[in-house]
Design a protein around this ligand. Structure first.
Ligand code: BES
Ligand code: MN
Ligand code: ZN
Length: 509
């Protein structure tokens, strides 16, 4: 997708279709009103006639033969006073999918007034780019493709250079989202731990990042018995990719982002039911999100140090597989009784979290399709968010509030730590059905020590069953957007301020 920026007036732009926003309540104002004058009131008619009400992502196509823009696609943006910049990503994505499916190659996008210019343009570009990915990677007879190849963002009343820089940033984020989604779509017979590490290496090179990958011999030397325990059941060797971005060499602060790269989760000896097991190719979505985000960070070059770690393995019931009752030893010396081999994500993350600390991480955010319990708690509406540090997580939640992704905090009460105490070892890898997302979080917490840390459970948000007006069904690219937003904020505003009162979510009560 080519994203351009233009000073052309909406009323005179030559394109395949012009996209204009309208709001709930039916008032035609701003750029829609200008275009409506050229159309002789056709937009007002669409609204007053009840064809659309202006709700988010509603569409109505008006043909305008004798104009340079040929067609006008009117798209709803909801209530005007509730408009948030991230809505523009959905607006742009809806435009590209609607018009692309109808054979329109080039479109021009008018922005609503009253937003931050850079943000509006960034979301427009991101939404346009992320609207289209090839979800039929292995189909030999392709469906009719979505064909929009160029989107021109019209500056309108906004500052041209702000729109230009926003569009560049948004294109990078959109490309990063798509890279993560394509990795997730790739089936496990191709997307092995080695393949995932190779993608990380390629994208690191493309974005000017340092790259290292640990093989099983190095994992053994480092004492990563937890990660190695998971990979025992498979012939595919585990990998641990490390992508390093040094945006602020004079600083001793480093954020580590760590993503679960489980390329196929059969459950292992505690095998999963067959129904929907194929979806477990998506169990590397967190790792793909880290790789995509690191690529974007390398391209955007914020003034901050970030390392991306992706522990990767298959979880299979091979004849050498770990068994329920086995005890593993992680890199930090902690021993883990394996109660259920299907709780493998936390096992591969445990060693990666230890390694992140050894590499000098002063803050850590991990992400994983970790628990079905999180999907039960929050559905597909938000990612579970847990932390050992109130100031850090409150800042994170504020920064990502309008990223286009949703995060909702869950508690890490000491009770959950009790649930994962083992009779024979330090920890056990499951705490029973109750509080399944939180006991998983409590398990990870045992490997980060005092380092400020946030855990994002994306089991319900990494992929979706249904297509939306602005996105294909399948992988969503979550949490690439959140990672980019928090990293840029750390670059701009430094470490979070301390001294925020401990909330009830972590207080020992
Ligand atoms: N990868 C799964 C979690 C998952 C479930 C992701 C559904 C996406 C959709 C994870 O490895 C897993 O199997 N978790 C178990 C943990 C349990 C055994 C404590 C679960 O949630 O059932
Ligand atoms: Mn599992
Ligand atoms: Zn899993």
């Amino acid at each position: 997708m080519q994203v351009h920026v233009s000073n052309d007036a909406a009323t005179s732009v030559a394109t395949g279709a012009l996209v204009v926003p309208v709001f709930a309540g039916g008032a035609v104002d701003g750029v829609a009103a200008e275009v409506d004058r050229v159309l002789g009131g056709a937009i007002a008619d669409v609204l007053s006639g009840g064809e659309i009400a202006g709700k988010p992502n509603e569409t109505s196509l008006i043909h305008a033969k004798d104009t340079p823009f040929k067609r006008v696609l009117v798209i709803g943006l909801g209530e005007r006073d509730k408009l948030k910049p991230s809505a523009i990503a959905k607006y742009a994505g809806t435009a590209v999918r609607y018009l692309g499916k109808r054979g329109v190659k080039e479109i021009a996008l008018a922005l609503p007034d009253g937003l931050d210019a850079t943000l509006a343009a960034s979301f427009a570009a991101e939404g346009a780019v992320a609207a289209i990915i090839d979800t039929t990677l292995y189909r030999t007879e392709a469906d009719k493709p979505v064909v929009t190849t160029g989107v021109t963002i019209l500056n309108g009343s906004y500052d041209a250079s702000a729109v230009e820089s926003g569009a560049k940033r948004g294109s990078v984020i959109g490309e990063a989202v798509n890279a993560a989604r394509t990795m997730a779509l790739t089936p496990a017979n191709d997307m092995t731990p080695t393949h995932l590490a190779n993608r990380a290496k390629e994208l690191a090179a493309d974005a000017g990042l340092e790259f290292d990958v640990l093989d099983e011999a190095r994992m053994l030397q480092l004492g990563m018995g937890s990660l190695l325990g998971v990979s025992r059941g498979s012939d595919e060797p585990a990998t641990l990719s490390v992508m390093t971005y040094k945006g602020d060499p004079s600083s001793s602060e480093t954020l580590a982002i760590v993503g679960k790269g489980l390329t196929f989760d059969s459950g292992g000896i505690s095998i999963k039911p067959a129904e929907n097991m194929h979806e477990m190719k998506y169990d590397m979505s967190g790792g793909a999100g880290v790789i995509g985000a690191m690529w974007a960070i390398g391209k955007l070059r914020p003034k901050v140090n970030v390392i991306g770690l992706v522990p990767s393995s298959e979880n299979l019931p091979g004849h050498r597989a770990m068994k329920p009752g086995d005890v593993l030893k992680a890199m930090n010396g902690k021993t883990i009784e394996v109660i259920n081999t299907d709780a493998e994500g936390r096992l591969i993350l445990a060693d990666a979290l230890c390694y992140a600390k050894q590499l000098g991480a002063t803050k850590i955010i991990d992400t994983a399709t970790l628990t079905g319990a999180c999907v039960v708690a929050l559905g597909h509406a938000a990612s579970g968010t847990m932390s050992n540090d109130d100031a850090f997580v409150e800042r994170f939640l504020k920064i990502v509030a309008d990223s286009g992704e949703r995060y909702w905090r869950l508690p890490l009460y000491p009770d959950y730590e009790q649930q994962i105490k083992s009779d024979i070892a330090d920890l056990k890898n499951t705490g029973g059905r109750a509080g399944g997302a939180e006991t998983a979080g409590a398990f990870l917490k045992a490997f980060v020590g005092d380092t400020p840390w946030i855990h994002l459970d994306i089991a319900g948000t990494a992929y979706l069953d249904a297509e939306s007006p602005f996105m294909a069904k399948g992988p969503t690219g979550t949490p690439v957007r959140a990672f980019v937003h928090i990293v840029e904020d750390l670059a701009k505003n430094g470490a979070p301020t301390n001294g925020v009162a401990k909330s009830a979510a972590t207080a020992a009560v």
